[in-house]
Structures are given as structure tokens and as C-alpha cells.
Design a protein around this ligand. Structure first.
Ligand code: SF4
Length: 454
């Protein structure tokens, strides 16, 4: 029995697959196993990460202070203007509120905060205890919206009612209440909305700039560097581009049904996927503006002529090194597998918190024999996979970082705490540089496990 097999709970065995085993079958999109300490966050946290980057909105967490503290400044989510989103407000529910209800406290908190900060809209998040005591968020929000003349939107994100995916869904439903309420008269025909990018380290500005060079206007960023008024007029765009499919594809589907806006799934990570995203948009607008194809080709050519020679320098050292990936949505994992391949590295483990059967089937297609594919994993499993596969680097988010460092494995943050943009062509260069720095660091020589082997 391998080390990895020794720590897999029997109930979870269907959520782990080693490429080469036949047939390919993956259980996924199911509730996390109780007691397995899933890496997933709760429903409330899922909605908070999606809505959080709307920078000129008030975000009020209706619940105990712990829920707000847990998600305070949860992502870098840079803003080019207001930064109200970076403050964490909570109604700080106490025992007395649980017994007698928290609606009046919520009303007082909302009115005071709106008077003090003058937000363009307010989002009110429901947490576990609010779901249990049954406070009527909808009616309090309606009352305050009428009094203060701004949208006040309840987010039905009671933590216990499902997994992180339900939180994404609650966030999409909340945002959809804004869409369709703004003026669209000055939006040009070549226009898009960017969905599913959270501008953790300024990526959105890189991507917007590419589209601008192609002659395409971005109407709304949903939600990185987001603005309430942009989302209100987002229904005037000709196309929705959806990255991080789990988080915002539901909003794209709702906009498609109600306003007839088509959507395309894209990724801005890695060279191939970034270029493909630009070409997909160019192709979409080809009839309206035939010149867009040539402009896009030229843009990609110029970017690659700078990028490729630089990548070759890193590739020399990284060739043959092993990488493991564990991310929130599987879509990012596809791009990362391709990005590592471009650096000459081998992906030996790849997994996600919220992938679908289709996602895992696609990952199975593009990975090498022996690669471990895992859904909704936990620290014990991940640690044993890293050891078994003798990985040189682990790519993940804030919860994966300690697993890597405790084992003496290099780490690349591809989520909340990132300070370098990793999207776009320039992002690929940043990624390669960061991977190179981490993998080639001399510090790993002093890790006891590796010293024993030497
Ligand atoms: S909503 Fe519930 S599960 Fe989520 S942080 Fe609050 S108490 Fe915890």
C-alpha cells in the first residue's frame, strides 16, 4: 500500500483517480465528507470572494464577528479608485440577537454605514446563524433601499446550506439584481464584459489593455476592480467572457437568457490560453470589424517576441522538475498544466475544490500517465501525494501554502495572497520567474527529508 493510499478515506476513493487506471471514473460535485477537513470554504465565503472586489459597494456581513473576520480582505482585489470593499463590516450578532432576532440591529447597522460611507449599493450577507434564526433579510434590505435610494441586496449565503459552489450561485443571483438597471446608450458595438477575474494583483488591467488595443471596449469587470454602475449597464455589452467558470458562469447564463448576450469561456493564464482568448474575441467581432483579426495577430506576435526568449532561460533549469496543482476551479488547472509543459515541467498531481465530471475528463485527456487527479481534497491527502510524487513545487492558494512549506516543497500562490499578476503574456513571465525562484532556491537542500536522501 502506498503512502497516499494509506491516508485516503474509503468514502473518498471515488474522488481520486490515477491516470492509467481503467476505466476513468470520478465522483465529484458532492458534499464534502464530514470530518475529512476539506480545503473548501463555506457557502458564505464563496459568495464573499465573488462579490468582494466590487469596490464602491458596502459589504455588510450579518452574523457573528468570526464570519467577517474570516473573510476580511480575503483577496488583494486591487481597485483603481474607491476601496470601500477592503473594510469589513459586521452586525456582530450576540446571544441576545439570536434569541430575539437581529433584524433591527441589521437595519441600524445598514443605515448608519450608508450615511457614513455613501456607497453606490450595499450587499448584505447571510451567515449560518441568520439562516437558523430566520431573520428576514429581504424585507430589511427593501426598507433601507427605499429610504436611502440605493440598491440594497441580500445575499442568501447561509454557510451550512451547501458547498462553496452554492456561494457562487448566491453571489450571481445578487449581482443579477443590478444588471439591466443602468443606461446603455453610449456602449459601442465591439464591447465585452469580463467575468470571473478578481484583479488580485492587477491582472484585469493587463487584460483590459489587450482588448483596448484590439479596439474592444470593456463595459464591466465582474467583479475585479468592479463598480456598481458598470454592472448595472453590463447588459449593453455584445459578449460576456467568462473565466473561473464555477464562480460566474451562472450570471453569464442568466444574462444570456434575459438579455440574449452570448458568452465564451476563456482563460488568461499561460501563453496558449491567453492567445486563444484574444483570437476567440476577434473571431466573434470579425463581421462587425474585419480588421480586428490582423490587429489581434499583431498584438500576440509582439507579445510573444518578447516573452519566448525569456522563457527559454528559465526552461533550461526547470526541465524535468515535477509540479502539483490544487486550485478552486478546474478551469485554472487546465491552463496551469499547459503552462508547466511550456516550462518543460511535468504535472504529477492536479485537483480542484469544485470541478465537474467534464472538467476532470478534460484534465485526464491532457495529463501524463500516472498523474493523480483529485476532487475536493484535504491536507492529509495532499501532503501524501506531494511526498509520494516527490514534487518540486506545489501551486495552490492560502490553505495549500503551509502544506508545501511544512514538507519543504516550493510553493507558488495562484490565489488570494498573490502580489504579482500571473495572467496575460507578462503574467506568464512572472509565473515562470516565480516558479524558477521557488524551485531553484538552495533552501530546499536543508529540508530533513531531502537531506536523508542525499
Ligand atoms: S457562515 Fe457559517 S460556516 Fe461560514 S464562516 Fe460563518 S459560521 Fe462559519
Amino acid at each position: 500500500m502506498s503512502t497516499a493510499e494509506a491516508v485516503i478515506f474509503k468514502e473518498r476513493s471515488g474522488q481520486i483517480h490515477r491516470k492509467g487506471q481503467e476505466p476513468f471514473e470520478m465522483d465529484c460535485n458532492r458534499e464534502s465528507l464530514a470530518g475529512a477537513v476539506s480545503q473548501r470554504a463555506c457557502v458564505f465565503c464563496g459568495s464573499r470572494v465573488v462579490l468582494y472586489p466590487i469596490a464602491d459597494a458596502l459589504h455588510l456581513v450579518h452574523g457573528p464577528i468570526g464570519c467577517a473576520a474570516y473573510t476580511w480582505d480575503i483577496r488583494g482585489a486591487l481597485s483603481s479608485g474607491p476601496a470601500l470593499h477592503r473594510l469589513s463590516f459586521s452586525t456582530d450578532l450576540q446571544e441576545i440577537d439570536v434569541i430575539f432576532g437581529g433584524e433591527e440591529k441589521l437595519y441600524r447597522a445598514l443605515t448608519e454605514l450608508i450615511d457614513r460611507h455613501h456607497p453606490k449599493a450595499a450587499f448584505v450577507y447571510s451567515t449560518c446563524i441568520v439562516g437558523i434564526i430566520g431573520d428576514d433579510l429581504e424585507s430589511v434590505c427593501r426598507r433601507v433601499a427605499a429610504e436611502k435610494k440605493i440598491p440594497v441586496i441580500p445575499v442568501q449565503s447561509e454557510g451550512f446550506k451547501g458547498n462553496k459552489r452554492e456561494g457562487y450561485s448566491a453571489a450571481c443571483k445578487a449581482m443579477f439584481r443590478l444588471v439591466g438597471t443602468g443606461d446603455t446608450t453610449d456602449i459601442p458595438p465591439l464591447s465585452i464584459n469580463i467575468l470571473g477575474d478578481f484583479n488580485l494583483a492587477g491582472e484585469l488591467w493587463i487584460i483590459r489593455d489587450y482588448f483596448k488595443k484590439m479596439g474592444v471596449e470593456t463595459v464591466a469587470n465582474i467583479t475585479g476592480d468592479g463598480r456598481v454602475e458598470d454592472i448595472m449597464r453590463a447588459h449593453g455589452a455584445a459578449l460576456n467572457l467568462v473565466q473561473c467558470s464555477g464562480a460566474t458562469v451562472e450570471l453569464a447564463k442568466m444574462m444570456n437568457e434575459s438579455f440574449g448576450i452570448p458568452f465564451k469561456r476563456v482563460s488568461y493564464f499561460g501563453v496558449e490560453d491567453m492567445a486563444q482568448a484574444l483570437y476567440d474575441v476577434a473571431e466573434f467581432f470579425r463581421d462587425k470589424d474585419p480588421g480586428i483579426i490582423e490587429r489581434t495577430r499583431q498584438l500576440v506576435k509582439e507579445e510573444l517576441s518578447v516573452l519566448y526568449p525569456e522563457l527559454q532561460k528559465f526552461r533550461k533549469d526547470l526541465e524535468g522538475k515535477k509540479a502539483a496543482i490544487y486550485v478552486g476551479g478546474a478551469f485554472k488547472a487546465f491552463s496551469l498544466v499547459k503552462a508547466f509543459r511550456l516550462l518543460g515541467m511535468q504535472v504529477v498531481m492536479v485537483g480542484s475544490q469544485t470541478g465537474t465530471e467534464e472538467d476532470y475528463r478534460d484534465l485526464h485527456e491532457i495529463t501524463d500517465e500516472g498523474t493523480i487527479i483529485v476532487d475536493d481534497s484535504n491536507p492529509l491527502e495532499l501532503a501524501s501525494f506531494l511526498k509520494e510524487k516527490e514534487c518540486d513545487i506545489f501551486v495552490g492558494g492560502v490553505k495549500e501554502r503551509p502544506i508545501a512549506y511544512k514538507l519543504g516543497v516550493g510553493f507558488c500562490d495562484h490565489n488570494h495572497e498573490r502580489k504579482q499578476p500571473l495572467e496575460g503574456f507578462v503574467g506568464m513571465l512572472n509565473f515562470a520567474r516565480e516558479v524558477h525562484c521557488s524551485v531553484m532556491s538552495p533552501v530546499w537542500r536543508f529540508v530533513p527529508r531531502r537531506k536523508e536522501k542525499a
